[in-house]
Design a protein around this ligand. Structure first.
Ligand code: HEM
Ligand SMILES: CC(C)=CCC/C(C)=C/CC/C(C)=C/COP(=O)(O)OP(=O)(O)O
Length: 312
């Protein structure tokens, strides 16, 4: 845990940007997008205002969980180059403030989502915040190299929350959307960890690259990519997915498999020589991968309304 008063500097006043960055807006933008997709493709009616408000609540809840993560992780964020400029280690925001903001926004987002849509969606949001802030951040992140595999479930719930905001239930289709992000998270993160390893090493965070080395991590990326590809095509077998999903799935899974295979075949000498070009590419590709799969599900929903359904 953190003691932010050590670095706190009264002369540097926190601005809106500092408080906003506590919410991890860049990462959360894709999280919120997957929630929007879950809401959009769910069967049933939802008033546009309720839909907008539900997504806003999910965004606020996601941001709140980011603030709780930054509160708890301030000590390791201070050590890592990538995170040292975050508002708490930079001395812009006090840890106590981040905790208060995280707790307040968490409570607010859950209650408002419950009132605006339903309590299944609100319960899922509360569970997701708990999972990221407590299960992943406080427990798994510092104790096991499986941290991001199990803890990654938190980032996979948002499409399910969006779906439940419309339907009030959890179904096989919404579970498969969950599974897609769940299987995607390990290759997404480990590709990055391969070129950010020294940061985690320095902070003594037991990421797979630190505990088992890069060779093992490269193999894990490949294995999880196989599981991801199977999950992506399993989603195609549901009525949610249609022809645009198939096109995206074929192209993006092909590209991702090739990327994972290239990562697997390389060694550190090759990677150092080109400054982890392939690993950086696969990390970026992972962002496009998830974005395009969820976009395709939304496009297919519109196409279905025009009578162009998929095969299943
Ligand atoms: C335990 C699970 C995850 C871990 C450990 C993880 C880790 C990371 C890290 C370390 C970065 C680097 C840069 C940064 O701090 O912004 C990053 C970037 C990113 N992640 Fe993840 N991630 C996870 C899950 C997710 C999920 C579920 C999503 C969205 C559905 C996501 C979306 C993104 C995006 C959009 C970026 C790029 C941010 C930017 O442009 O700066 N991540 N992730
Ligand atoms: C709706 C809702 C509550 C959504 C939560 C979504 C969620 C759990 C996203 C997690 C993604 C994320 C920022 C991981 C970073 O891991 P890290 O915290 O270890 O990375 P760091 O080293 O950058 O802090």
């Amino acid at each position: 845990m953190t003691d932010a008063t050590i670095n706190f500097d009264d002369e540097r006043e926190a601005g809106f940007g500092d408080y906003f960055s506590l919410l991890k807006p860049r990462v959360m933008s894709l999280v919120v997008f997957t929630a929007l997709a879950g809401l959009f493709v769910a069967p049933g009616e939802i008033h546009p205002f309720v839909a907008f408000f539900s997504i806003l609540c999910i965004a606020i809840g996601g941001g709140a969980s980011g603030a709780l993560n930054m509160w708890y992780d301030a000590d390791i964020d201070r050590v890592m180059k990538r995170t040292a400029k975050r508002p708490i280690p930079a001395g812009k925001v006090e840890a106590g403030e981040a905790l208060a903001i995280g707790l307040t926004l968490s409570g607010f987002s859950v209650v408002m989502l419950g009132l605006a849509s339903n309590w299944v969606a609100a319960g899922l949001l509360a569970f997701t915040i708990f999972f990221y802030a407590v299960v992943y951040t406080m427990w798994l992140k510092r104790s096991t190299p499986q941290n991001i595999v199990i803890g990654g479930a938190a980032g996979a719930f948002p499409p399910m929350i969006g779906w439940a905001a419309v339907t009030g239930d959890i179904t096989l289709a919404s579970t498969l959307m969950f599974m897609l992000t769940f299987m995607w998270t390990p290759p997404h993160f480990w590709a990055l960890a391969l070129f950010m390893n020294s940061d985690y090493d320095k902070a003594k965070v037991p990421m797979l690259t630190v505990t088992h080395g890069k060779r093992v991590t490269r193999a894990h990326i490949l294995v999880y990519t196989f599981a991801l590809v199977l999950t992506a095509f399993a989603l195609f077998l549901t009525p949610l997915a249609g022809w645009s999903y198939l096109v995206v799935a074929v192209v993006m899974n092909g590209a991702f498999l090739k990327g994972a295979w290239d990562i697997y075949r390389r060694d550190e000498v090759q990677a150092e020589a080109d400054k982890y070009k392939v690993e950086r590419y696969v990390f970026k590709l992972s962002l496009a991968y998830l974005f395009l799969h969820f976009t395709a599900l939304m496009v297919d929903k519109v196409l279905r309304d025009f009578g162009i359904g998929g095969p299943f």
